[in-house]
Unconditional design. Structure first.
Length: 203
């Protein structure tokens, strides 16, 4: 089983609760359509309101009591600790990346199943992006390492075990940091744009 973690503990501070819930809801929908059945949304700021806004979706909520920390790694670790034992791999989907698509998720999980690597990362024109998929045996390493660099440190430390999935759309490199980013992504989603095709390649 592949489970997804969506760190969303601090998203409402930038976008507001309603906007954050809209974006996270879209991400959850794409994950499910891409074949991910177990989804863990890590909440913190306005946790109750975000959980209420997503109550019609079958997800697990994990509270990050240290959500005021700026490091996303804190929320990722909370999500990892909540995963069931039968979870074989983890797909980390940013809570502020609405450009994620079901097609991309399916391509990544397929690459993980058939590619013989423990890490799968989408790459656009030589640049690694998100989401990130990694095998469960890396969990303890993530729980105890990479405080200064985040999960890019995991990929760098195990580059020989990383399968780069080449994609045709730059959206794997982008997330929402400012209100104009949110408006841009909402307009893009309304226009029905997709994340393009994907093709696996060696690191």
């Amino acid at each position: 089983m592949i489970a997804a973690i969506v760190p969303a503990a601090g998203q409402s501070r930038r976008m507001g609760v309603q906007k954050a819930t809209t974006v996270i809801g879209h991400i959850v929908d794409q994950l499910r359509q891409g074949g991910i059945g177990e989804i863990y949304v890590v909440v913190g700021h306005h946790a109750d309101r975000i959980a209420e806004g997503l109550s019609n979706r079958p997800v697990h909520f994990v509270l990050n009591p240290e959500y005021q920390q700026t490091e996303m790694l804190s929320s990722i670790r909370c999500g990892l600790r909540a995963l069931p034992e039968e979870c074989a791999a983890i797909l980390l989907a940013l809570g502020d990346q609405p450009a994620i698509t079901a097609t991309l998720i399916h391509s990544m999980t397929e690459a993980f199943s058939t590619g013989g690597r423990g890490i799968v990362v989408p790459v656009y024109r030589g640049r690694r992006g998100h989401p990130l998929l990694f095998a469960r045996h890396y969990c303890q390493e993530v729980l105890s390492s990479y405080d200064d660099v985040g999960l890019q440190g995991l990929v760098a430390a195990h580059s020989s075990d990383a399968l780069e999935l080449c994609v045709s759309n730059s959206e794997v490199l982008s997330d929402i940091d400012y209100p104009e980013d949110y408006r841009r992504e909402v307009a893009r989603l309304a226009a029905g744009q997709t994340g393009g095709s994907a093709e696996a390649g060696d690191d």
